[in-house]
Each structure stands twice: as structure tokens, then as C-alpha cells.
Ligand binder design. Structure first.
Ligand code: NAP
Length: 330
């Protein structure tokens, strides 16, 4: 081990360019570590609203912030999700029924939150709610399949943000939008990638426009994690639905085994790619809400940081190759 470190040191020291680069990179990392460690205080009054708290990242974040004494208002899609969450958290955490694809439901949630936060306004809004299916070849989609996802993942994010902006401006608060590495690389067919590219664009415009009002906007870009949106069984069941309704002449162009092979390779990819440690994502969300200097973008998960995000900067033929890897040949 020491031999390797010694050799590595010798190489770096013998190359002026390499050693300057290594020093710069080290200085950058130290400075970023120091900058990241400054925290906002007085969380007693800083309320955070999170959408999609029935399960997954939203549910974990609600419990994580609650355990740290931060007043959380958890938006849940279902009564059951809300009561299960209330049962496992302190009485400080409040739940509100919130369907982000329904403007009237958002309006009711705004009234609820306004009454909770009073004159201080809303400190944090985490746009986390999302759905992923249908996922499959583009040709298998109908327009409704795309709008169903866009209504929740993109228009839902926009509607919720616009309706809560007056309360966020009062607190000079934070907006944390959950995008994905699929907001940088379109690696699946369907509305999911469209919606996440949209979340990236909306967040960038919002960040620039809200700077003068003291509102900070962060984007979370998770890699693959084991939650309901990556559940291979649900994705496969829906893929069968898409296949079954295809006209016979279109099915014939794919052949009889294509659907099964597609589902099998998707199941295999998700099994090897998905991490069970959801805290990698919720820790980024928590940092965006509590750090004095929140980052603009958080790549969450090793796969996002070291593979997907770097891949998104490389020429398209490389991501085309990766896209094709798990998909059966025609
Ligand atoms: N898991 C990943 O690998 C991954 C990667 C990148 C990004 N993301 C994003 O992370 C976010 C959270 O997803 P997750 O992975 O934690 O999956 P999840 O467990 O399915 O969480 C999504 C939550 O959103 C809720 N929801 C669905 N439609 C809604 C609506 N119309 N209004 C309000 N809430 C709604 C769901 O409620 P029900 O449970 O009642 O349906 C669920 O609680 C999503 O935006 C997703 O796109 C996930």
C-alpha cells in the first residue's frame, strides 16, 4: 500500500502540471468542504413542506428532518400514507393531503400551510412527488401516457412552486426540486425523461429569477435507488399493457420475443443498478435546506456522480451506446 502511495507521490512530484492540478483540486475540495459546513440556525420557525411523503425519499426526508427538530409539513397523496407517517413521527410533524396534479388540492394545501407558518412564511419547499410509468419504447406510447407523467412530474412541480412562492418569498426560503440523472440523459422512452429535463429547465429559470428575492433553488439529481418508481415488477406489468394494445402489424415489426427480452433486461439493469441507501438522496435534500450556501446541483449516489453525470458531458454516440446496451437487438 505504502509503496503505491510513494510511487503515486513520485509521479505527481516529477510532473509540474500534474502536481499543480493535484494541488488545485485539493484546495478546491477543502474550500468546498468548509463552505458546505456553514449552517442556517433557528430551525424552530423554519417550516419545510415536502410533497410525495407516502413513501420513498419524501417519507424518509420527513422522518429525518422531524428527528432533527425541524417543523415538517408532509404532503401525502393518500390518507393511509398520512396516517402511517404521523404514527411514526413526533407531534410536531403535520400532514396535509396534497395531489400535485390537482390545482384545487394545491390551493387547499397553501391555506393549510399559511395557517401553520403565520407571518414568517415558508422556509423550504421540496418538490419530490413523482411517478415513472409508463416506461418503454417511444413507439409504444400514446399522448396520454406522456401527459400523465408530465402532469405530476413537471406541471405539478410548476403549479406547486407558483402557488407557494408568496409564502416562500416571505421567509426568503429554499426550493428543492427533485430531478434525476434522467434530466441529463434520456435513457428510457416515455414521459419520465421529458419531465425531468423540464424540471431542470424550470429550476434554472426559477433560480435566476428568484435570486433578487433571496430565494435559493437547488436541484437534486439522484442516480438509481430502490423505491416504487424503480420497481421492476410494476414497470414490467405496465410494459405488457403497452405491448398488448399495439396493433398486430406494429407487433410484427418487433417480433414475438422482443417484449419479454426488453422486460428481462430492464429487470436485470434495475437489480444491479439500484442502491437501497436512500439517505444518500435525503442527505443532499437536507443540505440544500439547512446549509448557508446550498449547492445549485446535487448528484446523489456514486453512480450519478461518477458515471451518469460525466457521461452526460461526453459525445452523444457514447450515451447512445449505453442506451442500447440493455435493450434487445432488432
Ligand atoms: N428512485 C429512484 O431511483 C429515483 C431516481 C431519480 C429521481 N427520482 C425521483 O424521486 C422522487 C421521489 O420518488 P421515489 O423514488 O421516492 O419513489 P416513490 O416511493 O414512488 O415516491 C413518490 C411519491 O410521490 C407520490 N405521488 C405520486 N403521484 C402523486 C401526486 N399526483 N401528488 C402527490 N404525490 C404523488 C407517491 O405516492 P403513492 O406512494 O401514494 O403513489 C409517492 O409517495 C420522484 O420525483 C422520482 O422521479 C427517483
Amino acid at each position: 500500500m505504502f509503496v503505491y502511495v510513494y510511487i503515486f507521490n513520485q509521479i505527481i512530484q516529477s510532473h509540474l502540471l500534474l502536481s499543480s492540478f493535484a494541488s488545485l483540486a485539493t484546495a478546491f475540495l477543502i474550500l468546498r468542504f468548509i463552505r458546505d459546513s456553514f449552517k442556517v440556525d433557528q430551525f424552530g420557525w423554519r417550516h419545510v413542506l415536502i410533497t410525495g411523503c407516502d413513501s420513498g425519499f419524501g417519507n424518509l426526508l420527513a422522518r429525518q428532518l422531524d428527528a432533527k427538530g425541524i417543523p415538517v409539513i408532509a404532503g401525502c397523496l393518500t390518507e393511509k400514507g398520512a396516517s402511517d407517517l404521523s404514527a411514526s413521527t413526533s407531534s410536531r410533524l403535520k400532514t396535509v393531503l396534497l395531489n400535485v396534479a390537482d390545482s384545487a388540492s394545491i390551493k387547499k394545501a397553501v391555506e393549510f400551510v399559511r395557517a401553520e407558518v403565520g407571518q414568517k412564511g415558508l422556509w423550504g419547499l421540496v418538490n419530490n412527488a413523482g411517478i415513472s410509468i409508463p416506461i418503454g419504447p417511444v413507439e409504444w406510447m400514446k399522448l396520454d401516457d406522456l401527459t400523465k407523467i408530465l402532469d405530476v412530474n413537471l406541471l405539478g412541480v410548476i403549479d406547486v412552486t407558483l402557488q407557494f412562492l408568496p409564502l416562500l418569498k416571505k421567509a426568503k426560503g429554499r426550493v428543492v426540486n427533485v430531478a434525476s440523472i434522467f434530466g441529463r440523459l434520456s435513457l428510457v422512452g416515455g414521459g419520465y425523461c421529458l419531465s425531468k429535463y423540464g424540471v431542470e429547465a424550470f429550476s434554472d429559470s426559477l433560480r435566476r429569477d428568484m435570486q433578487d428575492f433571496g430565494i435559493k433553488v437547488s436541484i437534486i439529481e439522484p442516480g438509481f435507488f430502490k423505491t416504487a418508481v424503480t420497481n421492476a415488477k410494476t414497470i414490467e406489468a405496465d410494459l405488457k399493457r403497452l405491448w398488448t394494445r399495439l396493433p398486430q402489424d406494429v407487433k410484427d415489426t418487433y417480433g414475438t420475443t422482443y417484449m419479454q427480452e426488453y422486460a428481462k433486461s430492464q429487470d436485470f439493469s434495475l437489480r444491479i443498478l439500484c442502491s437501497a441507501d436512500l439517505s444518500k438522496v435525503t442527505n443532499c435534500m437536507e443540505h440544500a435546506l439547512t446549509a448557508y450556501y446550498p449547492r445549485t446541483r446535487y448528484g446523489a449516489g456514486w453512480d450519478a456522480k461518477f458515471f451518469w453525470i460525466p457521461l452526460s458531458y461526453l459525445p452523444s454516440f457514447m450515451s447512445d451506446f449505453v442506451y442500447k446496451l440493455p435493450i434487445p437487438l432488432k
